[in-house]
Design a protein around this ligand. Structure first.
Ligand SMILES: [Fe+2]
Length: 145
């Protein structure tokens, strides 16, 4: 069973963003699966680090697009991303994360779903204008992470 089931109606319609959101969800699902199957700790750590790195890269890419679009809620987005990273790091660092995996996953799922479906959907009209509806910035080209 997948940890987060993402369907088409969850997408923003901005191709670059959707590809990144879907990759993040895949990584979260991989982590969930690896822990559920009690894979070796090194394997789990690698997936966890991959997820952490990709999350930061995605936030940076999203923030760059929002800045270019002069998105009025840019500061709130940056703050939400920062606070997520901070809480995520706290979860990872607080104890052996395997013992905390239920808590970590509860937080991860709630945050990802709420943020992607709530806050991120609000910038769609702004990014659509900026990117002629394709989600690919003119200035940065089609930058796929
Ligand atoms: Fe966001």
């Amino acid at each position: 069973m997948q940890f987060i089931v993402w369907t088409k109606e969850h997408d923003t319609g901005i191709p670059t963003i959707d590809a990144q959101h879907r990759k993040l969800i895949d990584l979260a699902n991989n982590l969930y699966e690896a822990i559920r199957l009690s894979r070796e700790e090194q394997v789990i750590q690698n997936i966890l680090e991959g997820l952490t790195t990709y999350m930061s890269e995605h936030f940076a890419a999203e923030e760059a697009l929002l800045k270019e679009a002069h998105y009025p809620e840019y500061d709130q987005q940056v703050e939400a991303h920062r606070s997520f990273i901070q809480k995520f790091q706290e979860h990872k660092a607080s104890k052996d994360f395997l013992e905390l995996s239920d808590e970590l996953f509860g937080f991860l799922k709630k945050w990802i779903v709420a943020h992607f479906l709530g806050m991120d959907k609000r910038y769609v009209p702004f990014l659509s204008k900026l990117t002629d509806g394709r989600g690919n910035s003119h200035k940065n080209g089609n930058k796929n992470l």
